[in-house]
Ligand binder design. Structure first.
Ligand code: UDP
Length: 445
């Protein structure tokens, strides 16, 4: 038998939301394929995935975690509470695991938002690895924000001259791009960025590819002084079944009946909330654009309304198809899909880039605004809808993306990125090598 030179077990600590969870499970899958055994630590009240989908993984429970329902009192408060209350119980959890796994734990890999994990790693002298399910550029912004004087920054950022200033050595980032990085008002999140930034981790893994964000990656590596491994997009190398909601496959049959590249797919991920008025404007704009559309509307995602207003259902029934949750990757790679109207969540962005589909961006919160800026201005593979969503604006954006002359060049650039992604994840590519380098790094630890 081949001699194993590295420790066997890796403990993963995911954040229990769709975008975060899926990517962490993909990472687990990728590392499992490299020969590691995987233990996933889930909060007692936040067990949102089905262990039976991962028969090769071991699952443990972190007792007394804070239920996700408390998020309604504010995401920042929720995060602080979750981290405070999980610290001691996670230490106990790791103590048990060390006994069970014969001290054979190679590292703890935790989602950035589960920063309590670092204390257990420190106490038991286990290497700790931060895992970013968002872009490297978001990490750069988090790093900058972790060091600002909160009081001063919150005043200065209101000044239009400061807002438009480039952040030193970080072209094309402007100060205004730092403002939306919390889920809501920035102030309570500054403390969270500080907490995340103050943890002394051993390394960082990012679900990105180096060609997408090379300058942000170099900056991070230098600033943090630890190895940074860009090993994505993980959905291509290690696909897993971790959908929290049931996927409605009927939309694939509907897509099969549409012309090539004619459909606009609309989905705003697992968290975004819309107003009824906005949904109505979207429906009219889509209808007026004359393009067929496939629209994901999650139950409860329209504020103050259980399901679709009657008027929207009527408009949609003529040219569109609605599902509550789609098999998104299958949809995006379907030949009938010509464009994706997204919220610019990082996973959705990578999924669209991976199949060469250009995007309309309508960011809601967090890092989405930053991703939208990259999609429109850096990679030039989409257009951003800014300000109020109004039917004329929607119609124009859909036409720009699918019909106008500029749509061809956007598509061309998107297809170039798709090829670069393929090259990055195949044997010898940058992401492929980064994963190997991470495994070698653990061997040396
Ligand atoms: N997703 C899906 N079906 C849908 C809508 C979204 O499977 O109908 C998946 C999508 O493929 C992506 C994740 O949900 O992997 C959303 O993650 P993202 O980071 O884009 O946004 P978030 O939900 O975190 O805002």
């Amino acid at each position: 038998m081949e001699k194993r030179t590295y420790k066997k077990w890796i403990v993963l600590v995911p954040f229990p939301e769709q975008g975060h969870l899926t990517t962490m499970m993909q990472l687990g899958q990728a590392l499992h394929l490299k020969g590691f055994s995987i233990t996933v630590a889930l909060g007692e009240s936040n067990q949102v995935i089905s262990p039976q989908h991962f028969p090769d993984f071991h699952f443990v429970i972190i007792p007394e975690s804070v239920p996700m329902s408390l998020k309604k009192f504010g995401p920042a408060e929720f995060l602080k509470n979750l981290n405070k209350t999980s610290e001691a119980s996670f230490k106990e959890c790791i103590a048990q695991l060390l006994l069970q796994h014969d001290n054979d734990i190679a590292c703890i890999i935790y989602d950035d938002l589960m920063y309590f994990s670092q204390y257990a790693a420190e106490e038991f002298k286990i290497p700790s690895v931060r895992f970013s399910t968002v872009s490297a550029t978001h990490q750069v912004c988090g790093c900058v924000l972790s060091k600002v004087n909160a009081e001063k920054f919150l005043v200065e950022i209101k000044d239009p001259d400061v807002r438009d200033k480039l952040v030193e050595n970080l072209h094309p980032l402007k100060y205004k791009h730092l403002e939306n990085l919390g889920m809501g008002p920035l102030e309570p999140f500054l403390e969270i960025f500080r907490e995340i930034g103050s943890r002394k981790v051993s390394a960082m893994i990012i679900n990105t590819a180096s060609f997408l964000e090379s300058s942000s990656l170099s900056w991070l590596q230098q600033e943090l002084g630890i190895p940074v491994f860009p090993i994505g997009p993980l959905h291509i190398t290690a696909s897993v079944n971790s959908s929290i909601l049931e996927e409605d496959m009927s939309c694939i049959e509907w897509l099969n009946k549409q012309k090539p590249r004619s459909v606009i797919y609309i989905s705003f991920g697992s968290q975004a909330q819309m107003e009824t008025k906005e949904v109505l404007e979207m429906a009219w704009g889509l209808y007026n654009s004359n393009q067929p559309f496939l629209w994901v509307i999650r139950p409860g995602s329209i504020s103050g309304s259980e399901w679709l207003p009657e008027e929207v259902s009527k408009i949609v029934s003529e040219k569109g198809y609605i599902v509550k949750w789609a098999p998104q990757i299958k949809v995006l790679e379907h030949p009938a899909v010509g464009g994706y109207w997204c919220h610019s969540g990082w996973n959705s962005t990578l999924e669209s880039i991976g199949v060469g589909v250009p995007m309309i961006c309508r960011p809601f919160h967090g890092e989405q605004k930053l991703n939208a800026m990259y999609i429109e201005s850096v990679w030039k593979i989409g257009v951003e809808i800014e300000g109020e969503v109004e039917r004329g604006v929607v119609e124009r954006a859909v036409t720009r993306l699918l019909v106008d002359e500029e749509s061809a060049s956007m598509r061309e650039r998107a297809l170039v990125l798709k090829e670069k992604v393929k090259a990055a994840v195949r044997s010898g590519g940058s992401s492929y090598n980064a994963l190997d380098e991470f495994v070698n790094y653990l061997e040396r630890k």
